[in-house]
Write a protein that binds this ligand. Structure first.
Ligand SMILES: Nc1nc2c(ncn2[C@@H]2O[C@H](COP(=O)(O)OP(=O)(O)O)[C@@H](O)[C@H]2O)c(=O)[nH]1
Ligand SMILES: [Mg+2]
Length: 164
């Protein structure tokens, strides 16, 4: 049987959702900012540690300016994981993170919700980790779509988690 899971990228405009999507699926990056309209969907087949193949169907949404509640419900329905992306360099993209996660966890109880702080290449990793922790900002991973740091590992771990 074919194993397939829907994974949705969420978060404010300009945080790097499309860049992470392109980096993971096609291993490409561009400095140019092109606003995503609606949603783009791509499939990436990954091999799991036990040899099974997983089709990750990744939805790159246009994002939102303030709250994840503004995201179209049709994007969220039937998901197996949400990846909430924020931009480490812009506080407004993570200041409501706890409320955003609560909303997702309450309304989509069975969906794994992961948080990525992106643009790690622009900051000092140690200082940033300490700063985010001191502010109680929850995150699973810090990445750079630009340098590819932690991107492949993050998606591999996620693939394992949603299939175990
Ligand atoms: N330095 C740096 N720039 C990034 C990174 N990820 C995305 N960007 C840039 O940030 C801008 C917005 O990225 P995009 O992926 O379109 O954001 P989206 O609106 O969340 O889809 C673009 O100019 C990207 O080149 C990153 O990891 N490091
Ligand atoms: Mg985009």
């Amino acid at each position: 049987m074919k194993l397939s899971k829907k994974v949705v990228l969420l978060g404010h405009f300009g945080v790097g959702k499309t860049s992470l999507f392109r980096r993971f699926v096609d291993n490409e990056f561009s400095e140019e900012y092109k606003v995503t309209l609606g949603v783009q969907i791509k499939k990436k087949v990954v091999e799991l540690p036990d040899g099974r193949e997983l089709s990750m169907i990744i939805w790159d949404t246009e994002g939102h300016s303030d709250s994840v509640e503004d995201t179209r419900k049709s994007y969220l329905l039937g998901s197996h994981a949400f990846i909430y992306v924020f931009d480490i360099t812009r506080e407004e993209t993570y200041k409501n993170l706890n409320e955003e996660l609560e909303y997702l966890q309450k309304n989509y109880t069975k969906v794994a919700a992961k948080v990525i702080g992106n643009k790690l290449d622009l900051v000092n990793e140690k200082e940033t980790t300490a700063y985010l922790e001191a502010q109680n900002i929850p995150f699973d991973c810090l990445t750079s779509a630009k340098t590819n740091k932690n991107v492949q590992d993050f998606f591999s771990d996620l693939a394992k988690e949603i299939t175990s």
